[in-house]
Design a binder for this molecule. Structure first.
Ligand code: EPZ
Length: 417
């Protein structure tokens, strides 16, 4: 298994271009199943989550062709293979986003229940509630989700929690259902808006994405088309926090500053200078007196849970006491134990982590336990004195394209072994 070796202590300086959004790409790739003709996607990030999903779709009969480094062509088949291969599906929770499109286009779906992962239980009750409301027969046998239906019928669905994945599955299922579907208490993340814009470019009628009330008028089939995926706000946020943590100055290009407002607000609260223009963000932390802050993760537009671990790393050497409350997932503080091995002072009590800033971190051998924990360890290693070795780097490769070259261009001393 490859490792990342990082020698810390250099402030990051320079410019970096952010890649396409992982969480928009995964939903949009599944949405491409709804189109009768070719779909071409630009700004697709070259990350392992995308490659695994494409492999799953390939086994189902989807024609997948890379037309360029970040440009993809997809042609969905008239009929699909019944079951996505367990070996692949178990690696990727987001394969559950195939359910809605498969049911509404082909009348059947058979996906292995994507197990829980390292950050929480990850149930699917809200996905099932929505698909059953639309008329699908869903059951779970021996860890396999079986769904079948004739034609789905539009309905009203109230989400007990604004689940991103459930909102996406129901939107996609509703696109080819008979009549109107209304989703109440829908998730409002930018990736939902990007999925809706993509589907509407193919002829769908999705209204209200980005609000908690989404209405979808079912169509017969969607046509093909071309679409550019939004920049990845969590990759961007990770570089913003790395710049703050190393007391450097970094300009992020090809971003949508509005998507990062919750993080920008918190960094400014911590005395980090953040300037935004139309499609760039400049983080300047040179010579600042960073200040401890409190964070609670919430559904968008609250502070994103996917940025929580990275902020924990940054706050570990900010003088004073910072408190993080994780309201989205049950088990998303695992990285605390690894950062403590580098000298941090963090106490975890249930959904709360209390961080007492220390003077500095020291390099150590650590291991990533999930994608964003891995990103947090990269930030901790960039801040630390000496050399850090990060194991289980495959978690990081799930969501960060070309991480080493991007960080090296900012002055980081990083290599893969
Ligand atoms: C998406 O996961 C993202 N993944 C996650 O990003 C992100 O952390 C999460 O949304 C929250 O923003 C993708 O988009 C591929 P949820 P998803 O359904 O859809 C509960 C990353 O690092 N819930 O909004 O699985 C669930 O238990 C990943 O890029 C139910 O109770 O998240 C959790 O507590 C990690 N029942 C909460 O909702 C359900 O049926 C949020 O889950 C579904 C979810």
């Amino acid at each position: 298994m490859s490792k990342l070796i990082i020698t810390g202590g250099q402030p990051l300086h320079g410019k970096v271009k952010v890649s396409g959004a992982k969480n928009a790409s995964l939903a949009i790739l599944c949405g491409a199943l709804l189109a009768e003709d070719e779909v071409v996607l630009d700004n697709v990030p070259d990350i392992s989550d995308v490659r695994i999903l494409l492999e799953i779709m390939g086994t189902m009969g989807v024609k997948v062709r890379w037309l360029g480094e970040e440009t993809l062509s997809l042609r969905s088949p008239k009929n699909i293979e019944d079951e996505a291969p367990y070996e692949l599906v178990k690696q990727l929770r987001a394969s559950n986003l195939l359910l809605g499109p498969m049911l509404t286009r082909y009348g059947k779906a058979s996906i292995s229940l994507p197990g829980g992962c390292n950050i929480g239980i990850r149930p699917m009750d809200l996905h099932f509630k929505g698909l059953i409301n639309l008329g699908a027969e869903m059951n779970l046998e021996r860890g396999i989700i079986q769904g079948k239906t004739g034609r789905l019928t539009g309905s009203r669905v109230y989400l007990d929690f604004p689940s991103v994945g459930a909102t996406e599955n129901i939107i996609m299922a509703a696109c080819l259902a008979d009549g109107q579907t209304v989703i109440e208490n829908a998730a409002k993340e930018p990736e939902i808006v990007d999925l809706a814009n993509f589907l509407n470019a193919l002829g769908a009628k999705v209204r209200g994405a980005g609000t908690d009330l989404i209405k979808i008028e079912g169509q017969h089939l969607l046509k093909g088309g071309r679409y550019t995926i939004i920049p990845d706000r969590i990759e961007a946020g990770t570089f913003m926090v790395a710049a703050a943590a190393t007391r450097g100055k970094v300009i992020l290009e090809s971003v949508i500053p509005r998507h990062l407002e919750p993080l920008t607000a918190k960094l400014r609260e911590a005395n980090v200078e953040v300037e935004v223009s139309e499609d760039t963000i400049c983080v300047n932390a040179a010579n600042i007196e960073a200040k401890s802050i409190d964070i609670k993760t919430m559904p968008y537009p609250g502070f994103p849970t996917d940025m929580q671990s990275q902020m924990m790393a940054f706050l570990s050497t900010v003088p004073g006491t910072s408190i993080i409350v994780e309201n989205i997932f049950e088990n998303r503080f695992r990285v605390a134990d690894e950062i403590k091995r580098m000298g941090a002072n963090i106490k975890v009590e249930g959904r709360m982590a209390v961080i007492e800033g220390v003077a500095s971190l020291q390099g150590a051998k650590v291991k990533a336990s999930d994608l964003r924990a891995g990103a947090a360890l990269v930030i901790a290693a960039l801040m630390a004195k000496g050399e850090t070795e990060i194991g289980d780097v495959h978690y990081i490769d799930r969501g960060y394209a070309n991480l080493e070259p991007k960080l090296t261009s900012l002055g980081a001393l990083i290599r893969r072994s």
